[in-house]
Ligand binder design. Structure first.
Ligand SMILES: CC(C)(COP(=O)(O)OP(=O)(O)OC[C@H]1O[C@@H](n2cnc3c(N)ncnc32)[C@H](O)[C@@H]1OP(=O)(O)O)[C@@H](O)C(=O)NCCC(=O)NCCS
Length: 198
């Protein structure tokens, strides 16, 4: 199979996602030519152990599986996060047992610059705006304050702690659970900045 066949094949089996633009980032559907960079960035224990489904070690076959499984359902959206034409991570929303859930990770060289918050906000707007979800869930391991902070900056509310299976450690770990309701999102979006009149 040629690269072009691969691209056509993925496009034919997955639904079309829009491209989301933020101040610094572009979010678009993953494609086969992202395999190398996704495998490079995700093959990091610090990434895998803080997500539920990323295995460790993580290779090209895992990246291919992720790309080929992405965006098959109408209520799912999986984006790669692109900075200056370079893929730096992934972010999306997909249906889980308790309803739609937001997930995200960034390659370690890109941590600490606000990129996760910027990308997650774009996916939240898409999930409430285009997918018409009523509420979104998210989780962060209790040992992951950076992720917890991302969710707080996106207005998620803490709802409790749940033991959750983490594939990379082949075990369960306590995970802080969060929820964001459509009503809160609407009120935050309509609030806007105060205008100076004099
Ligand atoms: C969690 C992760 C997505 C954060 O990405 P990021 O782009 O660095 O996040 P942001 O810069 O948008 O925000 C991080 C916030 O956490 C804070 N933070 C970082 N490390 C922290 C720590 N050890 N303790 C407390 N806060 C911390 C930062 O200061 C920042 O908050 P601020 O803007 O109020 O200063 C990234 O580290 C990552 O991909 N980790 C591995 C995978 C993962 O955890 N995915 C989330 C699954 S739930």
């Amino acid at each position: 199979m040629t690269l072009l066949d691969d691209v056509v094949d993925v496009a034919a089996r997955t639904r079309n996602l829009p491209v989301l633009k933020t101040e610094r980032l572009t979010l678009r559907a993953p494609r086969h030519d992202d395999i190398k960079v996704i495998a490079l960035l995700a093959n990091d224990r610090r990434v895998a152990e803080n997500t539920t489904r990323i295995p460790h070690p993580y290779g090209a076959d895992d990246a291919r599986d992720f790309i080929e499984a992405a965006n098959r359902r109408d209520d799912e959206a999986s984006f790669v996060i692109v900075l200056d034409n370079t893929v730096i991570g992934a972010c999306g929303v997909d249906p889980r047992q308790g309803g739609p859930e937001i997930g995200y990770w960034l390659g370690a060289p890109y941590w600490g610059r606000g990129f996760a918050t910027e990308a997650v906000r774009a996916v939240i707007d898409y999930a409430f705006g285009e997918l018409c979800h009523d509420a979104l869930a998210a989780g962060a391991r209790v040992s992951n304050p950076a992720s917890r902070r991302v969710l707080e900056k996106c207005a998620f509310q803490w709802t409790g702690v749940r033991l959750t299976r983490i594939r990379a450690i082949n075990s369960a770990a306590p995970v802080d659970r969060f929820r964001l309701d459509r009503g809160l999102w609407v009120s935050l979006k309509s609030w806007g900045p105060a205008r100076r009149v004099a």
